[in-house]
Design a protein around this ligand. Sequence first.
Ligand SMILES: Nc1ncnc2c1ncn2[C@@H]1O[C@H](COP(=O)(O)OP(=O)(O)OP(=O)(O)O)[C@@H](O)[C@H]1O
Ligand SMILES: [Mg+2]
Length: 227
Amino acid sequence: MKHIYTGKTKDVYQLEEGNYLLKFKDDVTGEDGVFDPGSNQVGLTIEGAGRAGLSLTKYFFEKLNEKGIATHYVDANIKEATMTVKPAKVFGKGLEVICRFRAVGSFLRRYKSYAKEGQPLNAFVEVTLKDDELQDPPITKDALDMLGILSADEYEILKKLTQDICRIIKDDLASKGIELYDIKLEFGRSEKDDHIMLIDEISGGNMRAFKDGKYIEPLELEKLILS
Ligand SMILES: Nc1ncnc2c1ncn2[C@@H]1O[C@H](COP(=O)(O)OP(=O)(O)OP(=O)(O)O)[C@@H](O)[C@H]1O
Ligand SMILES: [Mg+2]
């Protein structure tokens, strides 16, 4: 097993047969000890956060695979906090695809002169560059195409795929009395045949979910969804 990348919340290894192994850590993003899924730095360590994030990721990726959506997921070992995945080539140096159902977070900060806090957004999709130094700047379809990161046709595929996936997640949460406000996904191209697949994780660490108007922390979210 070869170590290839140290991320903020996961470490990445290459397995002998060619797959990747993602090791989920107890580090979560945020600032000054307060968790924030939109943050680009490790803000705190919460015991059990890695396993909780992996448990939710396993749950959602298995659900998506069952529905025929292409993902990198192979299997997961909750005890070890590891997940085996198919290797992907990311777009450019990596993109984040955000799907918004209500106006909060960076959307609200940017557009506060026009948007009301919590206003419904109906699966609005935004793409940002993964660039911690520049705080993940949003990038348009035209810029992605012009810069050779993602063609205009691929952008449309990615947008539709994102909305389909996020509506499945939103409906699942809704069946448990939880409302999804926004969520971040990552995609890549399969190293084998270039098809676009969902990669990375789907956990409390990259979504904002509310119950009875109250924000739910990642560990609590895992309990609510999986119990
Ligand atoms: N199937 C895959 N193939 C290749 N790289 C992947 C795959 N799944 C996830 N990754 C990458 O592995 C890394 C996982 O580490 P981690 O989530 O800690 O990321 P990070 O980029 O440091 O932080 P953040 O995502 O919070 O900005 C990410 O860079 C992610 O894009
Ligand atoms: Mg990450």
